[in-house]
Write a protein that binds this ligand. Structure first.
Ligand code: UDP
Length: 239
């Protein structure tokens, strides 16, 4: 089975892990992680090398100092710790499904994660292990989208896959505008010109400058991930 992309960086948002409980929302829905594990397992079996950056928005975002009274940089570190909780949850779910993983953290936490070491991450990938990157970039004032772009470039990934709840990039917000249509492919320049928000600017610019293609697709549809990596028309390709 031929794969279009051999080494991939999958960016998952923290919010994607959220589930509904009887009294509202719960931060981590184990069944979603189990589905992701199944999809990633298929991918590894097909010969892909998979690295993952996970967000933390389901637990904490540091960005609203005005609301919380918590200094931005301080809150951002809290947000980065939130991503490590998600990364550990992913790791547990993946290992349960028989997927070998290594967790690397951009903030040192030696009891639970390896420190981020680029060459070691690449070695893990070559050995067929899924590498989960926690703690974002390790720096405040960034997002996990930027961490995804940065790590993807560092490990020389062929593509960054942004798994979301929508199935691609639209001309307008499909939830607000019923006439919105989906792009199958779009250029970096056109995204900027049309002010389409694929990722935050820092993350997007990193991809553009390093000619790293981005695919936005619906991660919650099981089997989609493998289709994307095989090069089937799923989601939107930005290149
Ligand atoms: N964060 C940070 N530096 C990074 C990555 C993340 O300071 O390199 C903080 C930031 O406060 C952010 C939070 O961690 O709000 C959670 O990450 P993000 O909002 O990107 O998660 P997602 O939206 O993907 O769930």
């Amino acid at each position: 089975m031929a794969l279009k992309y051999k080494r991939i960086l999958l960016k998952l948002s923290g919010e994607a892990l959220m589930g509904k409980s009887n009294d509202g929302y719960e931060p981590l829905d184990i069944s979603i992680i189990a589905q992701y594990a199944k999809d990633v397992k298929e991918l590894v079996a097909a010969g892909a090398e998979v690295a993952i950056v996970i967000g933390g928005g389901n637990i904490y975002r540091g960005m609203n100092e005005a609301e919380t009274g918590i200094e931005r940089a301080h809150g951002d570190y809290m947000g980065m710790l939130a991503t490590v909780i998600n990364a550990m949850a992913l790791q547990a779910g993946f290992e349960k499904a028989g997927v070998y993983t290594r967790l690397q953290s951009a903030i040192k936490m030696e009891q639970i994660a390896e420190p981020y070491i680029r060459r070691k991450a690449i070695r893990h990938l070559e050995k067929g292990r899924v590498v989960i990157f926690g703690a974002g970039t390790g720096n405040p004032y960034f997002t996990t989208d930027t961490a995804g772009s940065l790590r993807a470039i560092e490990i020389k990934a062929d593509v960054i896959l942004k798994g979301t709840r929508v199935d691609g990039i639209y001309t307008a917000d499909p939830e607000k505008d019923p006439t919105a249509t989906k792009y199958e492919t779009i250029s970096f320049a056109e995204c900027i010109q049309k002010n389409l928000k694929v990722m935050d600017m820092t993350a997007f610019t990193l991809c553009m400058e390093n000619k790293l293609p981005i695919i936005v697709f619906d991660m919650n549809k099981t089997g989609n991930l493998l289709k994307v990596v095989k090069g089937e028309q799923v989601g939107t390709l930005v290149s």
